[in-house]
Design a protein around this ligand. Structure first.
Ligand SMILES: Nc1ncnc2c1ncn2[C@@H]1O[C@H](COP(=O)(O)OP(=O)(O)OP(=O)(O)O)[C@@H](O)[C@H]1O
Ligand SMILES: [Mg+2]
Length: 227
Protein backbone atom coordinates (compact mmCIF):
# COMPACT_ATOMS: atom_id res chain seq x y z
CA UNK A 1 0.00 0.00 0.00
CA UNK A 2 1.49 3.28 -1.04
CA UNK A 3 0.47 6.55 0.61
CA UNK A 4 -2.01 8.77 -1.24
CA UNK A 5 -0.48 11.28 -3.64
CA UNK A 6 -1.66 14.20 -1.59
CA UNK A 7 -3.40 14.62 1.71
CA UNK A 8 -4.55 17.77 3.47
CA UNK A 9 -5.31 17.46 7.16
CA UNK A 10 -7.20 20.14 9.06
CA UNK A 11 -5.90 22.87 6.82
CA UNK A 12 -6.81 26.42 7.74
CA UNK A 13 -5.76 29.64 6.10
CA UNK A 14 -6.16 33.09 7.58
CA UNK A 15 -5.10 36.04 5.46
CA UNK A 16 -4.03 39.08 7.43
CA UNK A 17 -4.73 42.50 5.96
CA UNK A 18 -3.35 44.93 8.51
CA UNK A 19 -5.68 44.60 11.48
CA UNK A 20 -8.21 42.51 9.63
CA UNK A 21 -8.10 38.73 9.57
CA UNK A 22 -9.79 36.98 6.67
CA UNK A 23 -10.41 33.30 7.32
CA UNK A 24 -10.28 31.68 3.86
CA UNK A 25 -10.07 28.01 4.92
CA UNK A 26 -11.60 26.78 8.17
CA UNK A 27 -10.41 23.20 8.41
CA UNK A 28 -10.19 21.25 5.18
CA UNK A 29 -9.41 17.56 4.85
CA UNK A 30 -8.73 16.29 1.37
CA UNK A 31 -7.43 13.00 0.05
CA UNK A 32 -6.14 12.69 -3.50
CA UNK A 33 -5.25 9.27 -4.79
CA UNK A 34 -3.13 8.79 -7.89
CA UNK A 35 -5.37 8.88 -10.96
CA UNK A 36 -8.16 10.89 -9.33
CA UNK A 37 -10.01 13.53 -11.32
CA UNK A 38 -11.98 15.77 -8.99
CA UNK A 39 -13.82 19.01 -9.56
CA UNK A 40 -14.18 21.64 -6.85
CA UNK A 41 -17.19 23.92 -7.04
CA UNK A 42 -18.51 26.59 -4.72
CA UNK A 43 -19.43 30.27 -4.53
CA UNK A 44 -16.98 33.07 -5.11
CA UNK A 45 -14.85 33.59 -1.99
CA UNK A 46 -15.48 30.10 -0.61
CA UNK A 47 -11.76 29.29 -0.65
CA UNK A 48 -11.29 27.26 -3.83
CA UNK A 49 -8.22 29.09 -5.12
CA UNK A 50 -6.72 29.25 -1.65
CA UNK A 51 -7.12 25.48 -1.36
CA UNK A 52 -5.50 24.96 -4.75
CA UNK A 53 -2.58 27.21 -3.85
CA UNK A 54 -1.95 25.30 -0.64
CA UNK A 55 -2.34 21.90 -2.30
CA UNK A 56 0.04 23.10 -5.01
CA UNK A 57 2.63 24.32 -2.51
CA UNK A 58 2.36 27.92 -3.69
CA UNK A 59 1.23 28.96 -0.25
CA UNK A 60 1.43 27.57 3.28
CA UNK A 61 -1.49 26.78 5.55
CA UNK A 62 -1.94 28.78 8.76
CA UNK A 63 -2.47 25.47 10.55
CA UNK A 64 -2.90 21.86 9.52
CA UNK A 65 -0.71 19.59 7.43
CA UNK A 66 0.02 18.95 3.77
CA UNK A 67 1.37 15.50 2.97
CA UNK A 68 2.86 14.48 -0.36
CA UNK A 69 3.33 10.72 -0.73
CA UNK A 70 2.73 10.53 3.00
CA UNK A 71 5.51 12.99 3.80
CA UNK A 72 4.65 16.13 5.71
CA UNK A 73 5.95 18.99 3.58
CA UNK A 74 4.34 21.75 5.64
CA UNK A 75 7.63 22.93 7.08
CA UNK A 76 9.87 22.35 4.07
CA UNK A 77 12.12 25.28 3.22
CA UNK A 78 11.04 27.44 0.25
CA UNK A 79 13.73 26.06 -2.08
CA UNK A 80 12.70 22.49 -1.36
CA UNK A 81 9.03 23.30 -1.87
CA UNK A 82 9.84 25.02 -5.16
CA UNK A 83 11.78 21.99 -6.31
CA UNK A 84 8.94 19.63 -5.43
CA UNK A 85 6.40 21.91 -7.05
CA UNK A 86 8.42 22.33 -10.23
CA UNK A 87 8.90 18.62 -10.69
CA UNK A 88 5.51 17.26 -9.68
CA UNK A 89 2.81 19.88 -10.14
CA UNK A 90 1.48 21.61 -13.23
CA UNK A 91 -0.71 24.69 -12.85
CA UNK A 92 -3.30 25.97 -15.30
CA UNK A 93 -4.94 29.32 -14.55
CA UNK A 94 -8.01 31.13 -15.81
CA UNK A 95 -5.88 33.96 -17.19
CA UNK A 96 -3.33 31.62 -18.80
CA UNK A 97 -0.38 33.50 -17.17
CA UNK A 98 1.86 33.17 -20.21
CA UNK A 99 4.87 35.42 -20.70
CA UNK A 100 3.73 37.91 -23.36
CA UNK A 101 7.17 38.51 -24.87
CA UNK A 102 7.98 34.82 -25.33
CA UNK A 103 6.79 32.56 -28.14
CA UNK A 104 4.58 29.56 -27.42
CA UNK A 105 7.65 27.36 -27.67
CA UNK A 106 9.65 29.51 -25.25
CA UNK A 107 6.76 29.64 -22.78
CA UNK A 108 6.61 25.84 -22.67
CA UNK A 109 10.38 25.62 -22.35
CA UNK A 110 10.56 28.08 -19.48
CA UNK A 111 9.97 25.68 -16.56
CA UNK A 112 12.65 23.41 -18.02
CA UNK A 113 15.07 26.33 -18.20
CA UNK A 114 14.61 26.76 -14.45
CA UNK A 115 15.23 23.05 -13.98
CA UNK A 116 18.47 23.22 -15.90
CA UNK A 117 17.39 20.95 -18.76
CA UNK A 118 19.75 21.24 -21.75
CA UNK A 119 18.56 23.58 -24.53
CA UNK A 120 18.26 20.88 -27.17
CA UNK A 121 16.30 18.56 -24.85
CA UNK A 122 13.92 21.19 -23.60
CA UNK A 123 13.24 22.44 -27.12
CA UNK A 124 12.42 18.93 -28.23
CA UNK A 125 10.15 18.36 -25.25
CA UNK A 126 8.31 21.65 -25.85
CA UNK A 127 7.85 20.87 -29.54
CA UNK A 128 6.46 17.43 -28.73
CA UNK A 129 3.98 18.83 -26.21
CA UNK A 130 2.76 21.64 -28.45
CA UNK A 131 2.31 19.20 -31.32
CA UNK A 132 0.43 16.85 -29.02
CA UNK A 133 -1.92 19.70 -28.11
CA UNK A 134 -2.52 20.55 -31.76
CA UNK A 135 -0.33 23.64 -31.83
CA UNK A 136 2.41 22.32 -34.07
CA UNK A 137 1.89 25.24 -36.46
CA UNK A 138 1.70 27.90 -33.74
CA UNK A 139 5.01 27.38 -31.97
CA UNK A 140 6.56 30.70 -33.01
CA UNK A 141 3.46 32.74 -32.15
CA UNK A 142 3.39 34.99 -29.13
CA UNK A 143 0.38 34.81 -26.80
CA UNK A 144 -1.16 37.97 -28.33
CA UNK A 145 -1.13 36.20 -31.70
CA UNK A 146 -3.11 33.23 -30.38
CA UNK A 147 -6.79 32.70 -29.59
CA UNK A 148 -7.88 32.18 -25.97
CA UNK A 149 -8.27 28.44 -26.47
CA UNK A 150 -4.83 28.24 -28.08
CA UNK A 151 -3.29 30.22 -25.23
CA UNK A 152 -4.79 27.84 -22.72
CA UNK A 153 -3.41 24.88 -24.65
CA UNK A 154 0.03 26.50 -24.52
CA UNK A 155 -0.46 26.87 -20.76
CA UNK A 156 -1.39 23.18 -20.51
CA UNK A 157 1.69 22.24 -22.54
CA UNK A 158 3.77 24.35 -20.15
CA UNK A 159 2.14 22.63 -17.16
CA UNK A 160 3.10 19.27 -18.68
CA UNK A 161 6.69 20.21 -19.47
CA UNK A 162 8.18 18.63 -16.37
CA UNK A 163 5.89 15.58 -16.61
CA UNK A 164 4.05 16.32 -13.34
CA UNK A 165 1.94 13.84 -11.37
CA UNK A 166 -0.69 16.41 -10.53
CA UNK A 167 -2.45 19.03 -12.66
CA UNK A 168 -4.17 21.83 -10.74
CA UNK A 169 -6.51 23.86 -12.93
CA UNK A 170 -8.21 26.97 -11.51
CA UNK A 171 -11.16 27.93 -13.73
CA UNK A 172 -9.24 26.96 -16.86
CA UNK A 173 -12.29 27.52 -19.07
CA UNK A 174 -13.43 30.75 -17.36
CA UNK A 175 -12.16 33.01 -20.13
CA UNK A 176 -13.04 30.76 -23.05
CA UNK A 177 -16.03 30.37 -25.34
CA UNK A 178 -18.00 27.13 -25.05
CA UNK A 179 -16.24 25.29 -27.85
CA UNK A 180 -12.72 26.15 -26.68
CA UNK A 181 -13.74 25.34 -23.11
CA UNK A 182 -14.95 21.91 -24.23
CA UNK A 183 -11.61 21.27 -25.90
CA UNK A 184 -9.70 22.17 -22.76
CA UNK A 185 -11.93 19.91 -20.65
CA UNK A 186 -11.42 17.11 -23.17
CA UNK A 187 -7.67 17.60 -22.87
CA UNK A 188 -7.80 17.43 -19.06
CA UNK A 189 -9.92 14.26 -19.26
CA UNK A 190 -7.40 12.74 -21.64
CA UNK A 191 -4.51 13.59 -19.35
CA UNK A 192 -6.40 11.91 -16.53
CA UNK A 193 -6.98 8.80 -18.66
CA UNK A 194 -3.24 8.70 -19.23
CA UNK A 195 -2.82 8.43 -15.47
CA UNK A 196 -2.36 11.99 -14.28
CA UNK A 197 -4.20 13.23 -11.23
CA UNK A 198 -6.33 16.27 -12.02
CA UNK A 199 -8.06 18.84 -9.81
CA UNK A 200 -10.38 21.22 -11.62
CA UNK A 201 -11.87 24.29 -9.96
CA UNK A 202 -14.90 25.53 -11.86
CA UNK A 203 -18.16 27.44 -11.55
CA UNK A 204 -19.66 25.52 -14.43
CA UNK A 205 -21.65 22.37 -13.50
CA UNK A 206 -21.16 20.96 -17.00
CA UNK A 207 -17.42 21.37 -16.70
CA UNK A 208 -17.51 19.75 -13.27
CA UNK A 209 -19.35 16.79 -14.79
CA UNK A 210 -16.16 15.98 -16.74
CA UNK A 211 -14.55 15.01 -13.45
CA UNK A 212 -15.14 11.71 -11.69
CA UNK A 213 -16.13 13.32 -8.38
CA UNK A 214 -17.34 16.75 -7.35
CA UNK A 215 -16.51 18.49 -4.06
CA UNK A 216 -18.39 21.56 -2.95
CA UNK A 217 -16.91 24.34 -0.87
CA UNK A 218 -18.71 26.88 1.24
CA UNK A 219 -17.22 29.40 3.67
CA UNK A 220 -13.82 27.78 3.72
CA UNK A 221 -15.06 24.23 4.22
CA UNK A 222 -15.71 21.23 2.00
CA UNK A 223 -19.39 20.43 2.22
CA UNK A 224 -19.27 16.83 1.06
CA UNK A 225 -18.95 14.80 -2.08
CA UNK A 226 -21.19 13.66 -4.86
CA UNK A 227 -20.96 11.51 -7.98
N1 LIG B 1 -4.12 37.31 -0.80
C1 LIG B 1 -5.23 37.48 -0.09
N2 LIG B 1 -5.27 38.37 0.95
C2 LIG B 1 -6.37 38.53 1.68
N3 LIG B 1 -7.50 37.86 1.50
C3 LIG B 1 -7.54 36.98 0.50
C4 LIG B 1 -6.42 36.74 -0.35
N4 LIG B 1 -6.74 35.79 -1.27
C5 LIG B 1 -8.03 35.47 -1.00
N5 LIG B 1 -8.51 36.16 0.05
C6 LIG B 1 -9.85 36.03 0.66
O1 LIG B 1 -10.01 34.67 1.02
C7 LIG B 1 -11.30 34.20 0.72
C8 LIG B 1 -11.22 33.02 -0.24
O2 LIG B 1 -10.69 33.46 -1.47
P1 LIG B 1 -10.45 32.49 -2.70
O3 LIG B 1 -9.72 33.27 -3.73
O4 LIG B 1 -9.80 31.24 -2.23
O5 LIG B 1 -11.94 32.18 -3.16
P2 LIG B 1 -12.48 31.41 -4.46
O6 LIG B 1 -13.40 30.35 -3.98
O7 LIG B 1 -11.33 30.99 -5.32
O8 LIG B 1 -13.33 32.55 -5.19
P3 LIG B 1 -13.57 32.78 -6.77
O9 LIG B 1 -14.61 31.78 -7.19
O10 LIG B 1 -14.10 34.17 -6.82
O11 LIG B 1 -12.27 32.62 -7.47
C9 LIG B 1 -12.05 35.40 0.16
O12 LIG B 1 -12.78 35.99 1.21
C10 LIG B 1 -10.96 36.33 -0.31
O13 LIG B 1 -11.37 37.67 -0.25
MG1 LIG C 1 -10.72 31.50 -7.21
Amino acid sequence: MSAPLLRLEGVTKVYRLGEVEVPALRGVDLLLERGDFIAIMGPSGSGKSTLLHIAGLLDRPTSGRVLWDGEDVTSFRPARLAELRGRRIGFVFQTFNLMPTLTALENVELPLVFQGVRPRDRRQRAEELLSLLGLGDRMRHRPSQLSGGERQRVAIARALASDPDLILADEPTGNLDTASGQEILGTLAQLNEQGRTVVLVTHDPEAAATARAVLRMRDGRIEGGEG
